[in-house]
Ligand binder design. Structure first.
Ligand code: M6R
Length: 608
């Protein structure tokens, strides 16, 4: 989603801003822009399309000299992605420039109010009201104007603002849209995400809701929206910056798929204590776990899919009812949360607006929230009562792979811990499951080794119009993710269906040669899934099956079979998803798609 970078200091601002924006490219965007004060006036350059266009237009920033500036990559919400709608936005005189992430919800009302006062708007964006309102309130004191604007705007915002009258200052403002500030010996930085400034500084401050930061070359001051000064603690970021490089892989997605054995091990092993599981971060005793009567899992996209798997695993192992909700639905459906319920939100980025809102809604109702989160220090990580981190490291490709795999492990551990507390599984079963968990990293490695075979198969489907995924139980949740992986990066229409549901409508979409991928990893459901496979085959489908080693019976129905190594039935998702990720990836590569940055998509969805 949109990215913000700003700099004030002794160095040229434009190259630093361009460099920072490049680090945020993976988040998805469709236009770019930059504003730099050159000593006399603010110069602005904007362009639709990729960042390289802005780099070319500004000769790598050289044609925009100056030591203070802000830059932006925009993911269009209000208005098409063109030059006018791109950020920065500016007032009529060009003396104030603003970049904005988020949505100003009452922008129409504010726009009408300003138009009545003879303000003329040039763009279709919600952001432009911020700069016009700043102009309206500005009487020479930037901080005062900003606080007045904050009292008028509703919605979410991360803002970077410069004033031509005050070129020694850069402002950062935040509400419900991530924003950090940082400092090094040359100056101060603002950014919507850590990787943008990691090259320059590891000392950062997380800006909280309704806070304003005034950055100068050598220091920064933090204020509340009522202009009261506050103090903040710096956080030292110790990420490995190499993790954000491609390391010789053609795409981040491929690199991240290959990192899965490690991310699974990193999420799993520190929580295994001999033959036991210790999830320290839960801060819940066995008695408290035993008292949990119901679990609500809330998430979006792939994280929702891991939640669907989690439902089968937790209900199966611990016999606790689990409801899984899409966060965008949960937040507005007035959910029934009863005494004894536990809310689990899952998010790779920790910044997904709907998931964050669901977390807040649950806390407002007095329920404790466990966050399963990948990004340390993200909004969800900071606001959840307890956080179980997935140690997947920075995930750059828009299509999640390694964070998804790490989330599955976190859910298995939670399910087993619950089952242990509830005494719904025997010590023997528990021990055998631990042994199976430990094998997963090597088994994933083995499956990744099959990539050429899957690539050859995928090449046959580059021209496909529709591809379907079917499965029952856990296999249905695997199908959901397999289908999403394919469609989000290859733009081939795909749907996932519970195999038993096909004949209630979807089967009419099957034509001669349509590829149907059947996931069959649950022995108790083999026979049922095979009959659904035969039904689609009879209507012309070409059948790919993903099943367990030893289930050779399936070859009688399937046209092409991929076997996964033996594991506990509850853990099959971790293995079956690997060939499906590779399949989606190679179809997209074969079609020449921009695999890491699929059109219209953003890595972290910070607007609802
Ligand atoms: O950062 P989150 O895990 O909260 O993101 C949720 C979804 O936006 C994300 O999983 C999305 O569906 C990915 N594009 C899937 O590959």
């Amino acid at each position: 989603m949109c990215g913000i970078v700003g700099y004030i200091g002794t160095q040229a601002a434009a190259p630093i801003i361009l460099d920072g924006l490049a680090k945020l490219e993976y988040r998805g965007y469709d236009s770019t822009g930059m504003a730099v004060f050159d000593g006399n006036k603010i110069n602005i350059t904007k362009a639709p399309g990729r960042l390289k266009v802005l780099e070319e237009l500004t000769h790598g920033g050289e044609s925009m000299p100056g030591h203070v500036g802000v830059g932006h990559t925009r993911w269009a919400t209000h208005g098409v992605p063109n030059m006018t709608n791109a950020h920065p936005h500016f007032n009529k005189e060009g003396t104030i420039a603003v970049v904005h992430n988020g949505i100003i919800e009452n922008y129409l009302k504010l726009r009408h109010m300003l138009e009545e006062k003879e303000y003329q708007f040039v763009s279709e964006t919600d952001t432009e009201v911020v700069v016009q309102l700043l102009d309206y309130y500005y009487r020479g004191n930037p901080l005062e104007a900003i606080t007045k604007v904050l009292h008028r705007v509703e919605g979410s915002y991360g803002l970077g603002v410069i004033f031509a009258d005050h070129p020694d200052q850069l402002f950062a403002v935040r509400k419900d849209s991530p924003l950090i500030v940082g400092q090094n010996e040359t100056g101060c930085f603002i950014a919507s995400d850590v990787p943008a400034i990691l090259k320059y500084t590891r000392k950062v401050y997380y800006v909280e809701n309704q806070e304003i930061v005034r950055l100068r070359q050598d220091h920064m001051h933090f204020y509340t929206e009522d202009e009261e000064e506050i103090t903040k603690e710096a956080v030292y970021i110790d990420w490995d910056s190499n993790a954000a490089e491609k390391a010789g892989y053609e795409h981040f997605m491929l690199k991240e798929m290959y990192e899965q054995p490690k991310t699974v091990a990193d999420t799993l092993l520190p929580r295994l204590k001999g033959n036991d599981i210790d999830i320290e971060e839960l801060h819940m005793s066995n008695e408290e776990l035993e008292a949990v009567k119901k679990i609500h899992i809330v998430a979006c996209g792939s994280a929702y899919h891991t939640g669907v798997t989690g439902k089968y695993v937790i209900e199966g192992l611990a016999r606790i009812p689990v409801e899984v909700d899409l966060a965008s639905e949960f937040r507005y459906r007035n959910p029934i949360l009863e005494e004894g319920a536990m809310v689990v939100v899952i998010s790779q980025s920790g910044e997904t607006a709907d998931t964050l809102a669901a977390l807040r809604e649950s806390k407002k109702r007095g329920f404790k929230v466990l966050g399963i989160v990948n990004v340390v220090g993200s909004s969800i990580a900071r606001e959840a009562d307890n956080v179980m981190y997935t140690w997947a490291g920075p995930e750059i490709a828009v299509a999640t792979t390694k964070a998804y795999s790490a989330q599955l492990i976190a859910l298995y551990l939670l399910a087993m811990k619950m089952a242990q507390a509830k005494k719904t599984i025997s010590g023997e079963e528990f021990g055998a499951m631990i042994e199976d968990l430990k094998k997963i990293p090597d088994q994933i490695e083995l499956l990744l080794g099959n990539k050429e075979k899957i690539q050859r198969f995928a090449n046959r489907y580059i021209g496909a119009k529709d591809i379907f995924f079917i499965g029952r139980g856990i296999d249905y949740s695997i199908s959901l993710e397999g289908s999403l992986k394919l469609k989000e990066i290859s733009y081939i229409h795909s749907e996932a269906y519970a195999a038993g549901e096909l004949k209630h409508g979807t089967i009419s979409l099957i034509e001669e040669g349509t590829l149907v991928a059947a996931v069959a990893t649950q022995p108790a459901l083999y026979a049922k899934t095979i009959s659904n496979m035969i039904e689609v085959k009879a209507r012309g489908a070409f059948l790919l099956a993903v099943t367990n080693e030893g289930n050779n019976e399936i070859e009688k129905a399937a046209d092409y079979v991929i076997y996964i190594p033996k594991t506990n039935d509850y853990f099959t998702n971790s293995l079956a998803i690997i060939p499906l990720q590779l399949f989606g990836y190679y179809v997209a590569v074969g079609k020449g798609c921009d695999v890491d940055k699929p059109r219209n998509l953003a890595k972290s969805v910070t607007v609802e």
